[in-house]
Design a protein. Structure first.
Lengths: 121, 112
């Protein structure tokens, strides 16, 4: 069974360029989450998607960042006109069910990929 | 404002010693998870605790969720070099939907 696959593992971009990060969830998982981790910090939630729908993007910067999870193919996190502050590790996670119900009970484990490390020069 | 405070931030001990890592908050969490992350890899889930006062054991690791569901601890007995890694706690709140709030982690180094 393949786990969450992220690519590229490492990406170098110059300021102003675009970065595209791809995430293939665990087979059969329809819930995808993107988190960002700065050096020596914890993970910060960015966005939660189900197939073809953005469910929660409250952690996503309003400008330059977008995410999608099409019916076919991987989830993509896109960063336009990158700046040095975008340098970070971006982690994708997937789950089979919605991780938390409205009542707060856990219904599924979160599986993380190995991350994509973006360096902006 | 950091919702989940982890302490200590760094911990270096000798093989065979015991240690405790703390995860504290002023907010109530409906459940809390502990992850371990190694360099260059993603976090791996160790345990989920959901009930106030709950204690879970995973071999030499003991996890506890506070009675008020605002704090948690991870205790490792007889630490081994293989326990070295970044330990992260993450909480879910009823008002946060599917978002997990992560602490900033405790970097543990176990020296042989």
């Amino acid at each position: 069974n393949a786990g969450v696959m992220q690519n590229p593992r490492h990406l170098v971009r110059r300021r102003g360029q675009e970065a595209r990060l791809r995430c293939s969830p665990v087979k059969g998982h329809s819930h995808v989450y993107w988190y960002r981790q700065l050096p020596e910090e914890g993970l910060k939630f960015m966005v939660y998607l189900q197939k073809e729908n953005i469910i929660d993007e409250s952690g996503m910067p309003k400008e330059r960042f977008s995410a999608e999870f099409p019916k076919e193919g991987p989830s993509i996190l896109r960063i336009q006109q990158v700046v040095r502050g975008d340098s970070a590790a971006y982690f994708c996670a997937s789950s089979q069910h919605q991780t938390w119900t409205s009542g707060g009970s856990n219904t599924g484990e979160l599986f993380f990929g190995e991350g994509s490390r973006l360096t902006v020069l | 404002t950091q919702l989940l405070e982890q302490s200590p931030q760094f911990l270096s001990i000798q093989e065979g010693e015991n240690l405790t890592v703390y995860c504290n908050s002023s907010s109530v969490f409906s459940s809390l998870q502990w992850y371990r992350q190694e360099p260059g890899e993603g976090p791996v889930l160790l345990v989920t605790v959901v009930t106030g006062g709950e204690v879970k054991k995973l071999k030499r690791l003991t996890f506890q969720f506070g009675d008020a569901r605002k704090d948690s601890s991870l205790h490792i007995t007889a630490a081994q070099p293989g326990d070295t890694g970044l330990y992260l706690c993450a909480g879910a709140r009823e008002t946060s939907g599917s978002r997990l709030t992560f602490g900033e982690g405790t970097q543990l180094t176990v020296n042989p």
